[in-house]
Design a protein. Structure first.
Length: 263
């Protein structure tokens, strides 16, 4: 069962500096993070309820180049940073793999973990595509007995406020692709979702209340992360390499069609 858009992976040469910039420009608080010791990468997390932005960098390039996610992170940093990939949360990874395509689908499951500065460890299992890209997500199932995903952790995040005083949620993601119908077809096969037209040059899918929009090549950012907040105010945008992070002020409880449209 698909739960929703879990997190967006954004590469940065300096995740700490990027976190500080997103705080200054958008009022977002980076309150988590740690190291993937085996992969040579580290991150800062910006929690958005039970979704998050992952600002990921490299501390050991040799290790990173040999890992499934580290190598595309190194490549993304080389081009100035930005969107690497994104993750879809599932309640049962084994079931998702069992009912997924037998060929050209996802590899896994693989175990993963991140060591936090406080000594605790967050753990998960994932299934990933053969080639990581902004148009090819991976599936993740979090360990509810480890750090960050216990019932208490999730409850604490439900009403967490960012620096400007409001709650923030991940409303959607827009990705530029060479062929939106082809990219949407791959997602339909992998995720069992039903794409729908979103104008003449775009296709979209819904993951619970979140929208992923695949758009034809165009000038401007290669990706847009859509965030919404429950406090009124003007829309603000921060740039991270080839990706824009856009914060709009809408009621958190709005239906999906309202929260994701109007771009």
């Amino acid at each position: 069962m698909l739960v929703g858009l879990d997190h967006v992976v954004l590469a940065s040469a300096d995740p700490d500096a990027t976190a500080a910039d997103l705080q200054d420009r958008l009022g977002l608080a980076a309150t988590g993070g740690g190291r993937h010791d085996a992969d040579g990468t580290f991150n800062r997390l910006i929690w958005l309820g039970n979704a998050y932005l992952e600002l990921i960098g490299v501390f050991d390039e040799q290790k990173a180049q040999a890992s499934w996610l580290g190598a595309p992170v190194v490549a993304a940093i080389a081009r100035g940073g930005g969107l690497v990939t994104w993750a879809v949360a599932v309640a049962d990874l084994e079931a998702a793999l069992r009912w997924g395509p037998s060929e050209g689908g996802l590899e896994g499951p693989f175990d993963g973990e991140r060591r936090r500065p406080d000594g605790q460890t967050a753990r998960w299992r994932l299934a990933r595509p053969h080639e990581v890209s902004p148009a090819a997500p991976f599936l993740i199932e979090h360990d509810a007995t480890a750090a960050e995903w216990t019932t208490a952790d999730r409850a604490a995040r439900a009403d967490a406020r960012h620096h400007f005083g409001g709650r923030v949620r991940l409303a959607g993601l827009e990705v530029v692709v060479t062929s939106p119908p082809a990219a949407a077809g791959r997602l339909r096969t992998l995720l069992g979702v039903s794409p729908e037209p979103a104008g003449r040059r775009a296709v979209r899918i819904w993951l619970s209340a979140q929208e992923v929009r695949l758009v034809l090549d165009r000038p401007g950012p290669r990706a847009v992360v859509e965030l919404i907040s429950d406090l009124p105010g003007r829309t603000r945008v921060a740039h991270l390499g080839d990706c824009d992070v856009r914060l709009r002020r809408l009621p958190i409880a709005n239906p999906p069609s309202t929260a994701a449209d109007g771009r």
